[in-house]
Design a protein around this ligand. Structure first.
Ligand code: CA
Length: 227
């Protein structure tokens, strides 16, 4: 397979260079643009396999660049957003980004996201049809959930939540990510809505919902699935 190209659009040169160095070390060809219009121009000319896009950019912000790109291509986009700006992350995903990484981030985390996003985009890995962890079995085709050899009923939202959690096993997901992936939209008070759904899901799949084995709370972040 030929080397894949990642375009990094980031005005903070220190971060841009550091990201480029790590991507190159990981075997990617990396290009850098320091502002929105240049980034957009390079994206059109170089046709990268993936774009890492900073949200706060001079000239044209990341959200506008993202929308412009989305209007003309389905290139995977990972957005870089500031910690604690939930509204930014949601807006980023709504403007068409595939994923986001919160600053400050570790190079390993970014490279892992790039790799995972490219893999999904390339369709190299067919999504598994049956997810298994411990004594939980989630059949994505038949849409059934079996726990300790017993089929249990889940609402479509609970099923989607569990699927998202299991597909991201071991990784902490924020409530916005869960809402975006599993509920399909963001709405007022969605944090509480996620918590309620998680509580119900735990009651269905955990042997002891007050001391969950599978769906763990990650304080200050959200939830993660431990298989
Ligand atoms: Ca910036």
């Amino acid at each position: 397979m030929s080397t894949q190209t990642v375009l990094v659009i980031e005005d903070e040169r220190r971060i841009a260079h550091w990201v480029r160095a790590y991507l190159e070390k990981a075997g990617y060809n990396a290009l850098v643009a320091y502002d929105g219009p240049t980034g957009l121009h390079m994206a059109r000319r170089e046709r990268p396999d993936l774009i890492v896009l900073d949200l706060m950019l001079p000239g044209m912000d990341g959200m506008d660049v993202c929308r412009a790109l989305r209007a003309e291509s389905d290139v995977p986009i990972i957005m870089l957003t500031a910690r604690g700006r939930e509204s930014e992350r949601i807006a980023g995903l709504e403007s068409g980004a595939d994923d986001y990484v919160t600053k400050p981030f570790s190079p390993d985390e970014l490279v892992a996201r790039v790799r995972a996003t490219l893999r999904r985009a390339m369709g190299q890995v067919r999504a598994p049809q049956v997810l298994r962890a411990g004594d939980i079995c989630l059949d994505l085709e038949a849409h059934t959930c079996t726990v300790r050899d017993e089929e249990i009923a889940l609402t479509p939202t609970q099923f989607a939540l569990l699927e998202t959690l299991m597909l991201n096993g071991g990784r902490a997901l924020t409530r916005e990510q869960l809402v975006n992936d599993a509920m399909g939209a963001t709405f007022e008070g969605f944090d509480r809505a996620v918590d309620v759904q998680i509580r119900r899901l735990r009651q269905r799949i955990e042997a002891d919902a007050s001391n969950p084995r599978y769906i763990q709370t990650v304080y200050g972040v959200g939830y993660k699935f431990e298989g």
